[in-house]
Design a protein around this ligand. Structure first.
Ligand SMILES: [Zn+2]
Length: 639
């Protein structure tokens, strides 16, 4: 049996090679750094990034440089065209690709709108120069002309579109803008009718066909360009470069896209993946194992699909990502995906999902996070509730137990192993108590005055203002002590916890969540809440830098959020109806917003009130409302 194995393998290989040969000639080998004649190499840093400025000497080709990637048996060439930003500020580069056919060429993307001199070193002149010369540098008679296709709508890939108004520009149908120029043609996988006229699905370059492949999520219409014969796939930002920014869309859509691409490219053993920020292949974390700076490949696509699946089934442990205050990321093997906890599927999450707040990347994000020295997880639940888990050396504390969907107990075990767990319930809300029976907790702390739930095998402990929960020592051997402070308003028995060693406040439902709509649901008067809040602040102020609520989908809420809760309450008390709008979440009541509607926005919806005609709240994006001032939220940078 053993002796026959090599024979069998050879037979299989022979068959596969034959099957491939029947379809196409073998793909030409690809080189990534074969500089095109007459162009300058970008200066690489030892860290894998690109130097500032990107070119060591004045560049006759403005901010572009070109690498010849391959020449196939038909003499058709493929180039990588790099575009870097001017000046010292950033060398963030965007990558274009040029596919040459017998009758036409295709330029994928137009990168950033960097300055150039028309007719001398603009993008069209560069492309014509490439198509107009042979590989040995001679002038090529009758060179082919070219058309353009965009992978997606972001400005760092469409920057020079306006220079291409004299030729067809294929643009993803689902990214289509209002007032698209007349030369734009919708493109989508398979082509077909659509809202902007018939879309095409393939671009025939003459003896070379490039097919559109839907890779949605990074943008609604993100499109890849597949050359089956030469086994190349330009992915834009949809799958690559260093890691995927999937947080603009739903992870469920991203997972479907990733699996679709993996299936589509399954026949191509030597697939070359061509991402739109090529330099990221070797920068940041990708310079280390397992990628060691090598370009993304077919395995990377498979790994990306695995990451998406692991986000959906809750097996991925995420960490805060350096951009924004709500984006997390996580990876498996060669893949890494950025995503938003509130964009898992259109119907919410399908599994409990953990974010390790004290992970290695958190130290690079915000200084407040670097102060967290405990093993600390944010757990997003299936009812969009948030639970927290803090692990000390000998026992762990779960803050809230969620709405009670299955899976929490399993996840907690996975995170802390056999460490005994205690649970604290911060209010009589259903999403604080629902999961108690899953946890095999030794001790359950419950607010004084609340009806004790029955939990088999657990010691029930009533706690209130001034009490402490002692978790022993944290991972660094420092005391891990939580002080309890009562705050009524949402609930008559509402509690908060301050973890003084990590400088974190767990506020449960007592402060609502950070948002201009439906933040705090107040089941008391604004006057009573203002009084309670002032008394609570006297005990807790200065002891924390971060606030985690029972509804957080963001990992970063600064302590100044509490100022904004107080601000909203005071405005409601002082100005009365003049400060109130009709509520949005839930609708039908009256609410008051904090003065600031930016990063620290607070809002209070007052139970027992009634919406009034004409009293609707202005959209926060427009910020036209009374008292709506302060800086606008920083827009997420586009990639
Ligand atoms: Zn992008």
């Amino acid at each position: 049996m053993i002796s026959r194995l090599p024979l069998l393998r050879n037979t299989l290989l022979g068959f596969c090679a034959l099957a491939g040969a029947q379809a196409f000639a073998a793909a030409a080998p690809v080189e990534y750094f074969q500089l095109e004649k007459g162009f300058l190499p970008e200066v690489k840093l030892p860290t894998g990034g690109v130097a500032l400025p990107a070119f060591a000497t004045p560049n006759p080709w403005a901010f572009e440089t070109v690498y010849l990637m391959s020449t196939n048996a038909k003499g058709q060439r493929t180039w990588r065209i790099e575009n870097f930003l001017p000046g010292q500020a950033s060398s963030q580069g965007s990558t274009m690709y040029l596919f040459e056919g017998a009758k036409l060429a295709l330029l994928v993307d137009t990168a950033q709108n960097t300055p150039s001199e028309m007719g001398k070193n603009d993008l069209k002149t560069i492309v014509r120069h490439l198509l107009g010369h042979t590989n040995s540098g001679d002038v090529k008679p009758n060179p082919v002309d070219f058309v353009v296709a965009n992978t997606h709508s972001h400005g760092d890939h469409t920057g020079k579109n306006s220079q291409m108004s004299d030729r067809p520009l294929y643009y993803p149908e689902l990214d289509w803008p209002a007032n698209a120029p007349a030369n734009w043609v919708p493109i989508k996988e398979g082509g077909g009718a659509g809202p902007h006229g018939p879309a095409i699905g393939k671009i025939d370059l003459g003896d070379r066909v490039i097919e559109a492949v839907n890779i949605h999520a990074h943008t609604p219409g993100s499109t890849g360009y597949l050359d089956r014969e030469n086994e190349m796939l330009a992915t834009g930002d949809a799958l690559g470069s260093g890691f995927v920014w999937a947080h603009f869309g739903m992870i469920s859509q991203y997972a479907a896209s990733a699996h679709h691409v993996v299936e589509t490219v399954a026949p191509y053993q030597n697939l070359t993946v061509l991402p739109a920020h090529f330099f990221q292949n070797s920068s940041a974390d990708r310079q280390y194992p397992p990628m060691n700076g090598r370009p993304v490949d077919k395995q990377y696509l498979t790994d990306q699909a695995r990451v998406a699946d692991a986000i959906l089934d809750g097996t991925l442990i995420a960490e805060p990502y350096a951009v924004g205050r709500g984006i997390v990321w996580g990876g498996i093997d060669s893949a890494r995906v950025c995503f938003a906890l509130n964009r898992i599927t259109p119907d919410g999450p399908k599994a409990y999902l953990a974010v390790q707040m004290s992970g290695f990347t958190s130290n690079r994000t915000r200084p407040q996070l670097a102060k967290i020295k405990s093993n600390f997880y944010l757990i997003r639940g299936l009812a969009e509730e948030t639970i927290y888990l803090v692990k000390g050396q000998t026992r762990a504390l779960l803050i809230g137990s969620g709405a009670g969907k299955p899976g929490l107990g399993e996840l907690v075990r996975r995170l802390i192993g056999r460490t005994p767990v205690e649970v604290v319930v911060l209010s009589d809300d259903a999403d604080q108590m629902g999961g108690l029976s899953q946890l095999a907790a030794k001790k359950v702390y419950v607010p004084k005055g609340m009806t004790m739930p029955a939990v088999a095998g657990a010691e029930m402990v009533a706690i209130g203002d001034g009490d402490t929960i002692d978790l022993g020592l944290n991972q660094e051997g420092r005391p891990l002590l939580f002080s309890v402070a009562g705050l009524t308003g949402h609930s008559k028995v509402g509690l908060t916890l301050v973890d003084e060693s990590d400088r974190v406040l767990f506020s449960g439902h007592a402060l609502g969540m950070q948002t201009p709509d439906g933040g705090l649901i107040l089941n008391d008067t604004l006057e009573n809440f203002s009084t309670a809040l002032a008394a609570w602040r006297a005990k807790t102020d200065g002891k924390y830098d971060l606030v985690y609520t029972a509804k957080n989908f963001e990992w970063m809420t600064a302590a100044e959020f509490v100022d904004q809760v107080q601000d909203a309450a005071s405005r409601g008390v002082k100005e009365g109806d003049a400060a109130m709008y009709n509520s949005i979440k839930p609708a039908g009541l009256r609410m008051v917003r904090s003065t600031r509607v930016d990063d620290a926005a607070a809002s209070i919806v007052v139970a027992g009130t009634k919406a009034i005609p004409g009293g609707d709240a202005p959209a926060v994006g427009g910020r036209g409302g009374r008292g709506a001032r302060g800086p606008a939220p920083a827009p997420a940078p586009k990639r």
